[in-house]
Design a binder for this molecule. Structure first.
Ligand code: GCU
Length: 598
């Protein structure tokens, strides 16, 4: 074990020295921080000319009459941060290359503080410079990262310069091909975090999976200081304790209390505060247990059926990435209105506002890293990139009690390298967070002898099996839906993680009930048949129609009905409820009645 620890430390040290972003401290919103959001000066740089001798990051300005600086920021050229750049200028609609951003700010330095620039997410490759110095690079479009700037800050004229490139890359995660819009840019909040010299970098406060009155976890400092007193307060549980750090700077949390558990019906959260010396953090924590028992999923020890919906991080009416708390409320309120107790956030980690809105409103969450379809598993860097993204999202959301499933992949094809990578990811997720379930969405179900059989070697390594199937849309029904038999030799719960079909809202163009008319009635028929089949699958413990709302995708360019949109939404691109919305809502209302009777 020692050699593994040393190896990972060395790897981290080398990556850090090479200028790779630090995995961010958790809970930026509960800390002493200010948002750097707003209009940032920008330079569109399609050929990355700004990297070479033009050296945009040096932020040079012409001084003398003959002094020539070709690329320099000007105040008139700005874009909103947070926000994808594709939706902000017509010339950027399908843009896939670099944009340079610059944010100027002042700060009164304080010798007792440390300063960090924290990015909620930037898609896809990000190079960060501060006052002319390169801080480093981050790869990945959906997880947070930070850089320390304590020793570089000035009182005035600080220049934070960021190069963002959203080009798709063969060995990226996701890879070249994916069925959603490639929104590039600084797509989530940017914060200046101020901490004391010693601060709490990480913590976990959750329920002991085996004792519903036992709160366990830890609080970890940014340095290996022993003997430090950390205060933990949860007033509504009469908790006001001091815990002491060990020689790793970590203090164990173990507290017995009578706790109201978090449930979708009563999503009870408790205000919590952590502090060391005079550095403090606030959070809202819920307590629940989530386990599997044979083919059942148990929430707080009771079987639960997941009434879900798939959600992309997009506001269709605005044709932009969702990024704010208001956006999160729109998406989560739609899911609540549908009758959901669960949401699958596809196919990448969503912003923290959405996870927290779901937690406040009683929605369990499936979180997923974008190991999506055509990943170049043969590339030696891919596994490390996927593991880093998994670590980043588990570190960020491990205190969100409503997150019940970490998903390591969507629709990847079996191969030696793919199997090896996914098995490693499943084990890594379990190691990082034994308190939650691990899943993946598979679409390689084999159909023979009139039976659908779950057959994928990786299914052995997940707790819950997600299946994406499009019977009635991409494939015909093999037989009458209620007669389709599903076989699983895994003795695990299955979630139908995707199903559905495309329709154009209020499609009067061709009332014929046929797929090629993108007819609403055709899709209602698909859903009714799917529901008939669901009732015959004994190990089915959840369903997730694909998808909440029509969403933008550059692989959906059929010129009559799609026009750049995937039309499988239960809602149109204007938020109108299609007929299929009412079909799913009626099904969920019926399921809720069954629970109420029990
Ligand atoms: C796949 C995939 C989705 C995609 C959907 C579709 O299952 O997971 O990302 O959008 O099918 O074809 O619409």
């Amino acid at each position: 074990m020692k050699s593994k620890g040393l190896l990972s430390f060395l790897l981290f040290f080398i990556l850090f020295q090479l200028g790779y972003a630090q995995t961010s401290m958790i809970n930026v919103y509960g800390r002493n921080s200010e948002q750097l959001n707003g209009r940032w000066e920008t330079i569109i740089d399609p050929f990355d000319a700004g990297i070479g001798w033009r050296a945009v990051y040096k932020d040079a300005k012409p001084t003398g009459k003959n002094d020539f600086v070709e690329y320099s920021f000007i105040e008139e050229n700005t874009l909103n941060v947070p926000g994808d750049y594709n939706s902000q200028l017509p010339e950027l609609t399908y843009y896939e290359s670099s944009v340079w951003y610059k944010k100027k700010f002042s700060h009164v330095p304080d010798k007792n503080e440390r300063l960090f620039i924290h990015f909620g997410a930037v898609n896809y490759i990000t190079d960060v410079y501060f006052n002319g110095k390169k801080l480093g690079r981050h790869e990945g479009g959906f997880t947070p990262f930070q850089f320390e700037i304590t020793d570089l800050i000035k009182e005035n004229g600080n220049a934070l310069i960021v190069r963002v490139n959203n080009s798709r890359v063969k060995n990226g995660i996701p890879g070249f091909g994916f069925d959603w819009f490639n929104y590039g840019g600084i797509t989530r909040d940017v914060h200046l975090i101020k901490t004391k010299k010693v601060f709490i970098e990480d913590y976990k406060i959750q329920l002991d999976p085996d004792d519903k009155s036992h709160i366990i976890g830890y609080a970890k400092l940014n340095s290996e200081l022993a003997g430090q007193k950390i205060s933990i307060k949860i007033p509504e549980l009469k908790i006001d304790e001091k815990i002491t750090t060990n020689d790793k700077g970590s203090a164990a949390i173990s507290l017995k209390r009578k706790i109201q558990l978090w449930t979708p019906e009563q999503p009870r959260l408790y205000n919590a505060g952590l502090s060391v010396e005079n550095d403090s953090i606030n959070d809202r924590i819920g307590f629940r247990t989530i386990k599997v028992d044979g083919t059942q999923i148990l929430l707080n020890g009771k079987p639960v059926f997941l009434r879900g919906v798939n959600i992309h991080e997009e506001i269709p009416q605005r044709k932009t990435r969702a990024y704010s708390d208001a956006d999160a409320q729109v998406l989560i309120n739609w899911a609540k209105e549908l009758g959901c107790n669960f949401v699958r956030l596809v196919h990448y980690p969503h912003n923290e506002y959405t996870i927290k809105q779901a937690e406040e409103k009683g929605l369990m969450v499936w979180e997923e890293i974008p190991v999506y379809q055509g990943i170049d598993f043969a590339d030696s860097t891919v596994k490390n990139k996927a593991e880093l993204m998994l670590r980043e999202v588990i570190k960020r959301d491990k205190n969100r009690c409503n997150v019940i499933l970490w998903s390591i992949a969507n629709e990847t094809s079996p191969s030696k390298e793919r199997d090896k990578t996914l098995v490693a990811l499943a084990k890594e997720a379990k190691l990082l967070d034994p308190s939650r379930l691990v899943t993946a969405a598979f679409n390689n179900v084999s159909y023979h002898d009139y039976k659908m059989e779950l057959k994928d070697s990786v299914m052995k390594y997940v707790d819950v099996i997600g299946i994406n199937e499009y019977m009635g849309w991409y494939t015909d029904w093999p037989k009458d839906p209620e007669k389709v038999e599903w076989i699983s030799n895994f003795n695990k719960p299955m979630i139908m993680s995707e199903f559905g079909g495309e329709s154009v809202y209020n499609n009067k163009i061709d009332t014929a009930v046929k797929a090629s008319a993108w007819s609403e009635d055709y899709v209602v028929n698909i859903y009714n048949n799917q529901i008939k089949m669901f009732k015959k699958i004994p190990f089915l413990q959840g369903v997730c129609p694909w998808v909440l709302a029509d969403f933008r995708s550059p692989v959906r360019m059929q010129s009559t009905y799609q026009k750049g949109w995937n039309r499988k939404g239960l809602l149109s691109d204007q938020g109108d409820k299609k007929k299929s919305w009412y079909t799913m809502k009626a099904y969920y209302d019926q399921l809720k009645k069954v629970i109420e009777i029990q």
